[in-house]
Write a protein that binds this ligand. Sequence first.
Ligand code: ZN
Length: 467
Amino acid sequence: MIGLEIHCQLTNLASKLFCTCKANYREFEPNTNICPVCMGLPGTLPRLNKKAVEKATMIALALNCSTPARLGFFRKNYFYPDLPKNFQITQLNMYGPTSIGEKGKIDIEGKEIRIRRIQLEEDPGRLIYEGASERTAITLVDYNRAGTPLVEIVTEPDFENPRQVRIFLNILSDLLANLGVSDPTLEGAMRADANVSIEGGSRVEVKNIGSFYDLEKAIHFELTRQESLKERNIPIIQETRHWDDRRKITISSRTKEEDEDYRYVLEGDIPWVVMDKNLIESWKRKMPESISSKKHRYITKYAIPPQVADVLASDKYYSDLFEDAHDESNAKEVANLITTDLMGLVDTREKKERSKITAKHLSDLVNLIRGGKITRTSAKSALQEMVKTGRPASDIVSDVGLGKISDESELKKIIEQVILEEPIAAQQAVENPQTINYLVGKVMQKTKGKADPATTLKLLKEKIGTI
Ligand SMILES: [Zn+2]
């Protein structure tokens, strides 16, 4: 049995969870994005960020959770250098359901993964170890992140294998990006711990996992380790283990905290927050269309193939481009251009940020293809140019000379040349018309993909007929 605890930063908010410091701590010099409130100085009071409650509630609704009648906040006490107040403000369902959401579910390939609880809490600061290991003398503290809004999603132990975990995290990450609440590709924006147990053994929690890739590896390791203990009749004890990503193993950590060790108390500085039904309804109406609804629309309205609709709808960057670029008549071609050509060109977060391509580029390019002004092969070169320079489609086509060659006399000359260079292939085409495509390919090569395929085929057939 595998369960997950996933921490997602609400990266798109303007300010921290309880003060007006910036939520985007990444752009600051260490310890410059702080104030008396997030440093927990005496006499300060936290003020709850309403937008954070709105965005976190949207996550709860998207994960089919029920939302509480009132929100409550608790102090989780522990002493650690990354926590300036010595407690973290978080949520707990101690007096009934008072956390952002509970009892949700999400479907992955026909399997239901239940969401136990979602809570809104503050992120601690960051510890930076000077040198390679934790045993080095110097640890630096950067409080810029302290107090930034974090949503913790706790699942039931419903996963049967590491593969399901990976699929779930990919779906969750797409869902958060689609909601516009978080950018999961930012470093540290999504972090997960795993609870792993096998039949007859106790629950082992694996913490400190940096990437989804490592998470899958850590779960694999833990399952193998526990199976091996079981075979040798050694009891599997309940413990917390840390993932060592250098050695790719889990290591028992001596600290084992239980809920009671945290001495949770109600955060008296934040009153109960009544969750007005009308307010939640208005947030619900503001939520963007879900990925599954988009996918369904692409398939039924535009007859886009299901696999294409799936990749297109799942990625916010591409589906936003698609939404703005397509109309009733060209949707299929725009989708095709994005999924077969553009996705290969702009495939990382950095490339997406740098890319100068707009929806207008795409719709113009599709129009040029449909109008017979440019071939599909040249369209790919034009896309490359657009991503790099952002120049308009028509300029690129005329300047770079990507315009389609459909002038028959020009094509005839190239065909004559190809037949001279490929006498054997030409002879074969006379005997077996099926092999003529080889010659079409040669013409394409010579024209760098600019020859109009239909005209080329027609002229080639005529030419071969005379041999
Ligand atoms: Zn602050």
